[in-house]
Write a protein that binds this ligand. Sequence first.
Ligand SMILES: CC(C)(COP(=O)(O)OP(=O)(O)OC[C@H]1O[C@@H](n2cnc3c(N)ncnc32)[C@H](O)[C@@H]1OP(=O)(O)O)[C@@H](O)C(=O)NCCC(=O)NCCS
Length: 193
Amino acid sequence: MRIFLETERLLLRRFTDSDVDNLCDLDGDPEVMRFINGGKPTPRDVIRDDTLPRFIHSYERFEGFGVWAAIERSTGRFVGWFEFYPWKDAGPHEIELGYRLRRSAWSKGYATEGSRALIRKGFTELGVRRVVAETMVVNAASRRVMEKAGLRYVRTLHQEWPERIEGDEHGDVQYALTKADWERRQVAERGRL
Ligand SMILES: CC(C)(COP(=O)(O)OP(=O)(O)OC[C@H]1O[C@@H](n2cnc3c(N)ncnc32)[C@H](O)[C@@H]1OP(=O)(O)O)[C@@H](O)C(=O)NCCC(=O)NCCS
């Protein structure tokens, strides 16, 4: 197993061809897919022929970036994924953060833990200068994770999406964190200890 990053409770590793079932389970839960496409499961052939090849391909272009499978260290179970990949494919300075976790793993702080570790690695080892994330205005859990990971609200966007999702009339929000702000916060936190 090629481990990319280890946190207190999670391992992040590369996806492999053997992850089809893991992704089918993840995307098979309507609650997980609620703010992605309104709750529809992703068909197995789409996962096998499109999603998983894209994830595996994501490690090739920019060293250190991609979509990472998250494993719960205490059980060895697949709990979902984190995306940490150049925003609009433009280069390693500006990175998009994303996450999708199985419902059984929600509300344990995993999304926050994985995001913080990726952000730290990005700023300290990978030359990242800014981390960006977007979600639906109504996706309160995702927005909360962004805030807890240190990102701040930038703007609200109204984009065209292929399908209607309940709440999409409110649009999407963009959050971001610069390296300078992250470093300032690290110093402030150390000062409080
Ligand atoms: C978004 C997601 C990754 C969060 O994962 P998680 O591991 O549960 O997140 P964390 O435990 O680190 O933090 C979640 C925070 O949101 C809060 N939260 C959860 N549901 C909420 C809701 N409906 N309203 C308001 N806050 C909510 C939690 O209380 C927690 O905040 P707190 O620590 O201040 O109490 C997970 O819900 C998920 O995979 N959802 C489906 C996929 C998705 O929507 N991905 C994002 C697309 S942009």
